[in-house]
Design a protein around this ligand. Structure first.
Ligand SMILES: N[C@@H]1[C@@H](O)[C@H](O)[C@@H](COP(=O)(O)O)O[C@@H]1O
Length: 240
C-alpha cells in the first residue's frame, strides 16, 4: 500500500484528484469505480473545476458506483444517485448513459449489477472508509470474496450517516445494496481517501492491523495497487 499523508483536506483532495486526472488523461475511455460520502467531495470539486477550466473530458469514461440505500427512490434527495448527480455528474461531461449506480433490494438486482460490472474492467476504484472500517457498505464480518449483495446496516453506520437525514437515525435506511469486497478487489487500482480523527482507528486497522474480516478495509492489504491518501488527523494513530 502506498500511503500519502497530507496536511489537510484541501491537499488530500488535490492529491487524489491528480491520480484521477492522470488516469483520465492517459486513458480517456477508462472505467472509474466511484464512491459517495463526504470524503470524496473535495476531489469531485477539483474534477469539476478542472473540467471547466482545462477541458479535461469524461465523455468516454464509464462509471460504476459502489452502493446505494435500499428503499429510497432514485430521485430522492438522499439517494446516492442524487448525490452523484449533484456532486459530480452534472458538473462534468460524462454521458449519463455511461454512469451506473446500483439499485434494488433483491438477489436478482445484485446479480444484474455484478453482470454489468463483468462486462468491463474497472481501472480505478475510489473508496472512502467508514469509522468501523467498512468499504462500500461491507460491514465488519463480511466475507472477503463476497460480490454485490444486500447489506443490513449496522447501528454504527446508520448513526454516522444520520447527519444526511436531519440527524435522525430513524430516517436512515436499514439496508443497502453494495459492491462486495470481492467486487472491489477486482479493480486494477484502488484509491482510498479518508480525513479526520474519527477515521484514525479504521485507517490504522486497514494499514497496520491483521488482514481480518473485522476490518473490511484490511482486505486491501492483499491488493497489488492501492494508494491511500489521508490527512494528518486520519493518520494520527499510525505507528510509523
Ligand atoms: N457507504 C458509504 C461509504 O462508501 C463511505 O466511504 C463511508 C464514509 O463516509 P464519509 O466519507 O462521509 O465519512 O460511509 C458510507 O457509509
Amino acid at each position: 500500500m502506498k500511503v500519502i499523508i497530507c496536511e489537510n483536506y484541501d491537499e488530500l483532495s488535490l492529491k487524489a484528484f491528480e491520480v484521477i486526472k492522470e488516469l483520465v488523461t492517459s486513458k480517456p475511455d477508462c472505467v472509474l469505480g466511484l464512491a459517495t460520502g463526504s470524503s470524496p467531495v473535495g476531489l469531485y470539486k477539483n474534477m469539476i473545476k478542472d473540467h471547466k477550466e482545462n477541458g479535461t473530458s469524461y465523455k468516454d469514461v464509464k462509471s460504476y458506483n459502489l452502493d446505494e440505500y435500499v428503499g429510497i427512490d432514485r430521485n430522492d434527495p438522499q439517494s446516492y444517485y442524487t448525490f452523484m448527480k449533484e456532486n459530480l455528474f452534472d458538473g462534468i461531461d460524462i454521458d449519463p448513459a455511461n454512469t451506473h449506480v446500483p439499485y434494488g433490494s433483491t438477489a436478482e438486482d445484485c446479480a444484474a449489477y455484478e453482470k454489468e460490472l463483468e462486462k468491463v474492467s474497472v481501472d480505478l476504484q475510489l473508496l472512502g472508509i467508514g469509522q468501523n472500517g467498512h468499504i462500500g457498505f461491507n460491514e465488519p464480518g463480511t466475507p472477503f470474496d463476497i460480490l454485490t449483495h444486500i447489506v443490513d446496516l449496522t447501528e454504527n453506520t446508520r448513526q454516522a450517516n444520520a447527519r444526511f437525514f436531519d440527524d435522525d437515525i430513524n430516517k436512515v435506511p436499514t439496508q443497502a445494496i453494495s459492491m462486495g469486497i470481492g467486487t472491489i478487489m477486482k479493480a486494477k487500482k484502488v484509491l482510498l481517501v479518508a480525513n479526520g480523527e474519527n477515521k484514525a482507528d479504521a485507517v490504522k486497522a486497514m494499514i497496520e492491523g491483521p488482514v481480518d474480516t473485522a476490518c473490511a478495509a484490511s482486505a486491501l492489504q492483499n491488493h497489488p495497487d492501492v494508494t491511500v491518501v489521508i490527512d494528518k488527523a486520519a493518520a494520527s494513530k499510525l505507528s510509523k
